[in-house]
Design a protein around this ligand. Sequence first.
Ligand SMILES: [Zn+2]
Length: 442
Amino acid sequence: MHHAERRPSHYRLRCTVCGQRRPDDGLALGCPEPHAPGLLRTEYQATAFTPDPAFQGVYRYHSWLPVRRTLPDTGRTAVYRSRRLAASLGLTELWIAFNGYWPERGGELTTGSFKELEAATVLGRIPQDAGTLVVTSAGNTATAFAELCARHRVPVVIVVPAGALPRLRTRTPGGELVQVVAVEDADYADAIALGDALAQQPGFTPEGGTRNVGRRDGLATVLLAAVEAMGTAPDHYVQAIGSGAGALAVHEAALRLRCRPGHDTDPLPRLLLAQNACYAPVHQAWQTGERPWLTDGEQDQRAAAERAFAPELTNRRPPYDLSGGLHEVLTESAGHVRIADAAAARAAMDAFRELEGIDIEPAAGIALAALRDAVRDGEVAADARVLLNITGGGRARLALEHELTGHQPTMLVPRETAHRPGEIAELAARLADTRELHPAVV
Ligand SMILES: [Zn+2]
């Protein structure tokens, strides 16, 4: 398709620091004004919440998504009211937002996590001539982008620590448009350094992580799907977090829902966020006012990622203090942060499988364990309306029912290269050459 792309006009970007509004070029990750760091947020023309059943997957909510196109065969969150798990927790109204593979419940996210919601939205947001997208991840985000970029033939470079390669498996084989750069002996921070440098090269464009409004508004569809199923917003929203992008997204969606005519006095869902007991920077910051990322070294994070029950929750530099960040949304929502250890999370995963009938990922086990504790301690009332985000699940079931393909790295890069800016241009050129050997983009 080579026709001129329509610049989307159904929304604008607003800077949370200076308040300036701008049209979106599909790539912006921050405000150009020289001020303190802050997130951009979307502002949609539509003030009514109008799911559009003519569209599949997350695009059902396209009037509140920063997208200029939609991709076929995308999934969305399956939301249902729990009976057995609710009873075991002592809750009268527990709703499950299930993100993953569970055909009987409408769970059709074939990479088994809610990162697919963000990938679908980010890919719908970028202009087609944006160049090669660079995504850095050690886990579910890499898998989500590998799957959707392969399925929809979008050029992407996925930068991962080499140790994460075995987990990078998708239903759709990679193909020549999905290039994987594996950094040897590296942790997530090394991969980020390489990804950031590569994305600055001509012909490449950064995905941007939490700063990308596409990512956050894609994750916000968890709450939109829930409100559609529940008929109203929950009193409590429960999620395990690393960067906390999902929690920011849900809070932003709650603010948007409150702007609907007649809803301006609706209470905001209280965020109940959860982290690994062994490494919980957001919990520590919220409870003590300390900022562990200012004092802890990379080594602490590296060690934590090795021993944590849910390693993807060990983000060392969460978007906490910046405008629109975690401190702000926890304060606005009267939220709280809890921790759960491996034993509690494992018990929660077992309970979910037994009572609800499907496997869930360790991070979701952390969230469920935290909810159980919060109910026990009276932080969540027995008759409260609770939404539990199962951020990943059904992966064991998916592996039984479908063949998954691994991704061979296009390039194995020594760890030192990630920290030598002088070598990045050559690496970028080699990636471009590799692609030309397989002239699939015409
Ligand atoms: Zn600004």
